[in-house]
Design a protein around this ligand. Structure first.
Ligand SMILES: [Zn+2]
Length: 163
């Protein structure tokens, strides 16, 4: 990657996810690429976390604005669907922040190569650590998150859906 493209990527990487404002789109793993051509035109590729996610339009706008403000003449934000985003793309720092935020980061998915069987998901309560939790709603505060609650302390928490 050229230094010029790297600079554009760094700018785009600062954009926060409106769903989880502690996380940048870099930490969420949805920022794929940024390239700047000889004319100073920049093209950013982003992979949506979820096709129905209304936050995605806001992310596109924010990425466009941050680069336009930095002086890039022409900014194109491209949506890349393949390969599809998975929660595995969330960075370590991103997972740490999600946990601190009371949003349980999804477990790493069983690797197909390992031949593992996906066991029913049990989430630990981010408040008290109890494994006795239940899903309240498939759609939590946003379409991208499910709402869970803890049987022990009764606290609700969001779970970022794994796909
Ligand atoms: Zn609890």
């Amino acid at each position: 990657m050229s230094p010029r493209s790297e600079r554009a990527r760094e700018l785009a990487a600062q954009v926060l996810d409106p769903e989880m404002p502690l996380l940048t789109i870099e930490e969420l793993g949805i920022l794929r690429d940024a390239t700047v051509d000889d004319e100073g035109r920049v093209e950013v590729s982003i992979t949506p976390t979820y096709s129905g996610c209304p936050a995605f339009d806001a992310i596109r706008t924010d990425v466009h604005d941050v680069l336009a403000r930095a002086g890039y003449a022409e900014v194109t934000v491209k949506t890349v669907w393949s390969p599809p985003w998975t929660t595995d793309w969330i960075s370590e720092e991103g997972s740490r922040k999600l946990a601190a935020f009371g949003t349980v980061p999804p477990p790493a998915r069983a690797d197909a190569a390992g031949g593992g069987i996906l066991v029913p998901l049990t989430l630990r309560c981010p408040h008290c650590g109890s494994p006795e939790t239940r899903e309240l709603s498939r759609f939590g505060s946003t379409a991208c998150k499910a709402l869970w609650a803890c049987n022990r302390c009764g606290e609700p928490f969001d779970h970022v859906k794994a796909f």
